[in-house]
Write a new protein. Structure first.
Length: 407
């Protein structure tokens, strides 16, 4: 096996381990909680998703683009330190929000405030290791997460009356242990000064990356919250249950850039970048469609064994959710190519132009037809965005060769 094949294989293995770990946690939570509590869990998890996106944009994504132009150890330290700051801010926001909202959502937000910093740091650790070509270290970190999460999920299943807060805690404890263990094992320095130094050094990249992340994750999460306000917590629980079924495919879309961007940059040619982008998009869309087929043909008896009372509602949303995730995979492949060319300006413009359309489509369809049409409308808006993204990548590939790697 060549060095490149080995690096990619280990990276994919780690991403698979991370995806399956999150899928297992989501599956247990979806089976254990009622629809209202599951809706609260989904809202709290939105806080984590947004924090992760911002942490990656400010740290890890710049590291992936500049791979080969920065010191490996300093790059990991800087990216992880930035993520820690983002996690602290997210925790500070979650506390008052939880106190004000109350109910299952408030419980989940308060629980998330205790663990979100550790979870964002652990994500930064594993993705930074992948970016610098050290996927073995990422696997060690995720392995620690798996071991602790097995115990925490057993605890959750043994509770007589599990709550949304307990569901978050069962996931978050594992994140906290894995983050601390990884920092100590690999001697990663997490310092505010290192975060500020990293931001100063890469000031030409992170403002655009941050703007894109806010549009990508922020506005999409706002869309989800707006839809939740329209359709209610129970319907959001139904959507969350359907998303659980597509957990591995959804995580693959989320994590693909962490492998794809540095590998595309290492190709050094426009043709190589295109191959990575096309392959990534094809795999993501194929994985999503395969998952949808499995969900649709799975007997109800098996589905109910997995999701209990939430199975029927989740299955009814299988196709709309599959459309959303497949469309995201299409966009992700194109974005990997543009990122490899360091065209953050183009990806930012694409997000700025498409995000309002996603919000309007999702909210409008939810008002008219409910959560299913909302998911389909979001998918349609993303497909249109994917078409424009690939047009820009093809134009960029013809006008720029080789790929530049700057420090």
């Amino acid at each position: 096996m060549t060095k490149v094949s080995a690096r990619v294989s280990w990276s994919v293995l780690d991403q698979g381990l991370s995806s399956l770990t999150n899928f297992a946690a989501a599956l247990v939570v979806a089976r254990t909680l009622g629809l209202d509590s599951l809706g609260g869990y989904a809202v709290a998890f939105t806080t984590f998703t947004l924090a992760v996106e911002l942490g990656r944009a400010l740290g890890v994504e710049a590291l992936a683009i500049r791979i080969g132009g920065v010191d490996e150890s300093a790059g990991v330290d800087g990216a992880v330190s930035v993520a820690a700051l983002v996690g602290v801010v997210a925790a500070a926001v979650a506390v008052p929000a939880g106190l004000v909202v109350g109910g299952p959502v408030g419980q989940a937000l308060l629980s998330m405030s205790l663990f979100v910093t550790f979870a964002v740091v652990q994500d930064a650790l594993r993705t930074s290791f992948i970016a610098v070509g050290r996927p073995g270290r990422a696997i060690v970190s995720d392995g620690a997460w798996v071991l602790v999460q097995v115990l925490s999920l057993v605890w959750l299943l043994r509770l007589r009356e599990p709550s949304a807060g307990a569901g978050v805690a069962a996931w978050g404890v594992a994140a906290a242990v894995a983050a601390v263990f990884t920092i100590l094992l690999f001697d990663v320095r997490v310092r505010p000064a290192l975060a500020l130094r990293w931001l100063r050094t890469h000031v030409d990249l992170w403002p655009g990356l941050l703007g894109e992340a806010l549009l990508r994750a922020g506005l999409f999460q706002v869309t989800i919250l707006v839809v939740a306000a329209i359709v209610g917590a129970a319907e959001m629980g139904r959507l969350r249950a359907a998303q659980v079924l597509f957990g591995p495919a959804s995580m693959a879309v989320l994590l693909a850039p962490q492998i794809g961007v540095p590998e595309a940059v290492r190709r050094h040619t426009a043709a190589g970048v295109r191959r990575v982008a096309v392959t990534t998009a094809a795999v993501l869309v194929g994985l999503t469609l395969a998952t949808a087929l499995v969900v649709l043909v799975l007997p109800d008896s098996l589905g109910e064994a997995v999701l209990a009372e939430n199975w029927a509602g989740a299955k009814s949303l299988a196709l709309p959710v599959a459309g959303m995730i497949a469309a995201s995979g299409l966009v992700t492949g194109g974005f990997i190519g543009l990122r490899a060319h360091a065209r953050v300006d183009l990806t930012l413009r694409l997000r700025a132009g498409s995000s309002p359309a996603v919000l309007a489509a999702g909210a409008g369809a939810a008002q008219l037809g409910g959560v299913g049409p909302a998911a389909l409308a979001i998918a349609g808006a993303r497909v249109a965005m994917g078409f424009v993204t690939w047009r820009l990548l093809w134009f960029q590939s013809r006008s720029r060769d080789p790929v530049e790697v700057r420090s």
